[in-house]
Ligand binder design. Structure first.
Ligand SMILES: C[S@@+](CC[C@H](N)C(=O)[O-])C[C@H]1O[C@@H](n2cnc3c(N)ncnc32)[C@H](O)[C@@H]1O
Length: 204
């Protein structure tokens, strides 16, 4: 009998479940906009929740689908996979069959895990399956990409991740981002436009 993983990899028409990005950031920085734009490219069936009305006029991002309310106010009856670093159980492809959607925190990373996913999201969700994407703190867009790869049948153990990302400006200077990014064919899948943004900030 085929394993569910094999079955999913062969299935060319996997339905994309609903992905919710529950925004927890008070300000729409250019960095946040770049990560959110990347998420919309990775996952078309995405809704951004807890988005202030004023953010819809921002020039850096055009939300395809957003809502001013929290995910737990809009979808109180849904059963969600909540991606929370505090969980001891790693996401697997079988988790998707019993959930109505997935929630990723719209939370920018810090040096270390802060517990904010748990504090601002997980504890407010009624029906949930709480899952980890491993010990490395992924950027928001990388979390969406890893989730998509698992949905497509790739096991977490087979997904190559950086534990940080160094941008070398010259022989003496570099910027290190302490977050995980996916590596495919030796290429780091980095947020489009982010390197240019960091360079611009560094030069001003
Ligand atoms: C940059 S992370 C912020 C993590 C937050 N500082 C914390 O400690 O909870 C953005 C989001 O991506 C998801 N995420 C990132 N890394 C993860 C991991 N290793 N396991 C589970 N979810 C992760 C979570 O949904 C998280 O809210």
């Amino acid at each position: 009998m085929e394993s569910s993983n094999n079955r999913n990899v062969k299935n060319e028409c996997i339905k994309e479940p609903l992905l919710i990005i529950e925004n927890c950031e008070p300000d729409l920085s250019e960095w946040l906009g770049l990560e959110y734009n990347h998420v919309m490219k990775i996952w078309s069936n995405t809704i951004f929740t807890n988005i202030p009305e004023s953010w819809n006029n921002n020039v850096n991002i055009k939300f395809k689908n957003s809502n001013a309310n929290h995910v737990y106010e809009i979808y109180s009856e849904y059963k969600f996979i909540v991606l929370d670093p505090k969980s001891d159980v790693t996401l697997s492809v079988n988790d998707f069959s019993s959930a109505d959607g997935i929630i990723i925190g719209g939370i920018l990373g810090y040096e270390k895990f802060t517990g904010n996913t748990s504090r601002y999201i997980t504890k407010h969700i009624n029906k949930k399956i709480v899952r980890s994407l491993g010990k490395i703190q992924l950027s928001i867009d990388s979390a969406a990409l890893v989730t998509k790869m698992v949905l497509l049948g790739i096991e977490m153990n087979d997904i190559e991740l950086t534990d940080s990302f160094e941008i070398r400006w010259n022989d003496n200077e570099s910027t290190i981002l302490p977050y995980g990014y996916v590596v495919i064919d030796n290429k780091v899948i980095f947020t489009p436009g982010l390197m240019e943004y960091i360079r611009k900030k560094r030069d001003t």
